[in-house]
Design a protein around this ligand. Structure first.
Ligand code: THU
Length: 134
């Protein structure tokens, strides 16, 4: 994994902002965009897609993970998500779990309190290793 300092975080945030501008959020009016680097140098992104059945809403991270898998898989290394004004926001709890699956404990996130690892924002996460002996 490249060191966080090697990463153009502003470019990654710009990609998240671009995704946010495509969001479908007629109910909450809270547009979200997410962007990440993949360990092979690819970038992936996503926006939230709401639904009249509110509970069916897809967070921006869902689109990002779908794009990751659809475009060949790999591991997420660096991640940021933004709200309607382009401000950095935290991924919700469910989406931290989604990100953990594909980035593991070393995934670096730009958070509201600076750069943090997944291990810091989702400590002692349940994940693939917990199922390896099943
Ligand atoms: N949202 C995301 O897309 N990702 C998050 O991590 C936090 C919340 C969306 C879901 C909903 O469309 C809107 O933000 C308000 O909760």
């Amino acid at each position: 994994m490249s060191a966080p300092d090697d990463v153009d975080w502003e470019a990654l945030r710009a990609l998240a902002v671009e995704a946010m501008q495509q969001a479908y959020a007629p109910y909450s009016k809270f547009q979200v965009g997410a962007a990440a680097l993949v360990d092979d140098g690819r970038t992936v992104s996503g926006c939230n897609v709401e639904n009249a059945g509110y509970g069916v809403t897809l967070c921006a991270e869902c689109g990002l993970v779908s794009e990751l898998v659809r475009s060949g898989g790999g591991r997420l290394t660096h991640f940021v998500c933004v709200g309607p004004t382009g401000e950095v926001i935290m991924p919700c709890g469910r989406c931290r779990q989604l990100l953990f699956e594909h980035g593991g404990r070393d995934l670096v996130l730009w958070t509201v309190s600076g750069l943090r690892t997944m291990d810091e924002v989702l400590p002692d996460a349940f994940g693939p290793d917990d199922l390896k002996d099943v």
